[in-house]
Design a protein around this ligand. Structure first.
Ligand code: SF4
Ligand code: SF4
Length: 334
């Protein structure tokens, strides 16, 4: 279904949602950065800046408690978190490179083990995407098969219209239900054209060619030159909408504490450290190789797509200037 809405009415709609007690999460200024955070009012919503971190944390928080334990005598008491009580959420202003990563995460978190913490949040969330009218030098969604108005992963898609307001297109049953619930806020299409959308500069990669090289070059001197500068800070994985590694740690004493789940990163030197002390990825190039292999070979082998949506965040954040698009260009040219 297609509708349209003025920006003023869209913000009024947001305020109505918040007034009803609906949890609404969207890009919001937090100090000097913009992050996906709960909004307190429609005026909090920032629609002209890509959040520093990705939308994955709406489903997969940086850190969360899984259970609490307490030992009394010989008895251990466990108190579970109840994911069934996670709140219904409307996630708004989600960029296509973020929304497209959500189905990628769905595949991982429901493949062998069903991660209830991820899946319950996912089931309770309606995703309202927002097409991009600007791109910076780091954006390369079009080089990995997406686009600045790709609706993948969104339940409703907003596209800015010439003269203001948004074209609104439902993409799923959740999107249809949202339009139906708030139908008095939306107008019929009047033929106003969408604004010109962003055009990232990077040319499309031949992802099949890149994968074919990766298939045959687990051992290759190129990894040393590609990754020699990487300092293993993990920032690229933390800002990435598609990276999803985590660790589970018991914090506290033998008498009481919490079991917690934290983001982890394959760039960290201890990521693959065995209890014996042996570390199969003992050097940084092996860790960076894993990042590229996972994104453009292993995930493709397992789920038939790449683990990168071209958001460019890892390029913007890397303290030593490693540019994943440049790495892909280098591999493609081999
Ligand atoms: S690998 Fe980099 S460009 Fe690709 S989705 Fe992750 S952060 Fe974005
Ligand atoms: S952000 Fe850069 S330096 Fe840090 S782990 Fe990633 S590639 Fe390495």
């Amino acid at each position: 279904m297609q509708k349209q809405i003025t920006e003023a009415n869209f913000r009024l709609l947001l305020d109505s949602l918040l007034f009803k007690g609906q949890r609404v999460v969207g890009p919001r200024r937090s100090g000097s950065t913009v992050l996906y955070e709960p909004l307190a009012s429609a005026s909090d919503l920032v629609i002209d800046e890509l959040p520093r971190r990705s939308v994955k944390e709406a489903f997969f928080p940086v850190c969360e408690d899984l259970l609490e334990y307490r030992k009394e005598g010989q008895q251990v008491q466990l108190t579970d978190v109840t994911p069934e009580r996670f709140p219904e959420t409307v996630l708004i202003g989600v960029r296509p490179c973020d929304a497209a990563a959500v189905p990628v995460l769905d595949a991982v978190f429901s493949w062998d083990y069903k991660d209830q913490f991820f899946l319950e949040r996912r089931a309770r969330t309606t995703i309202i995407g927002l097409a991009c009218t600007t791109a910076d030098d780091a954006c390369f969604c079009t080089a990995v098969g997406l686009s600045p108005h790709d609706p993948k992963g969104a339940d409703l898609m907003l596209t800015p219209l010439v003269g203001g307001g948004f074209l609104v297109e439902s993409q799923s049953d959740k999107g249809e239900a949202f339009l139906e619930t708030w139908k008095d806020r939306f107008a019929e299409r009047d033929g106003t054209q969408p604004q010109e959308l962003a055009t990232p500069a990077t040319q499309p990669f031949d992802l099949k060619k890149i994968k074919a090289w990766l298939d045959k070059h687990f051992e290759d001197a190129a990894w040393d030159s590609i990754a020699t500068r990487c300092v293993g800070c993990g920032a690229c994985a933390f800002v990435c909408p598609a990276c999803h590694c985590f660790d589970i740690v018991d914090e506290g004493s033998e008498k009481a504490g919490k079991r917690r789940k934290f983001w982890d990163a394959c760039g960290f030197s201890k990521f693959t450290n065995h209890a014996s002390g042996h570390n199969p990825r003992d050097l940084q190039p092996k860790r960076y190789r894993n990042r590229i292999m996972h994104k453009f070979k292993y995930y493709d082998d397992k789920f038939g797509q790449t683990l990168c949506t071209g958001c460019g965040r890892c390029i913007r954040i890397c303290p030593v200037g490693i540019d994943i698009a440049g790495v892909l260009e280098e591999i493609e040219g081999k």
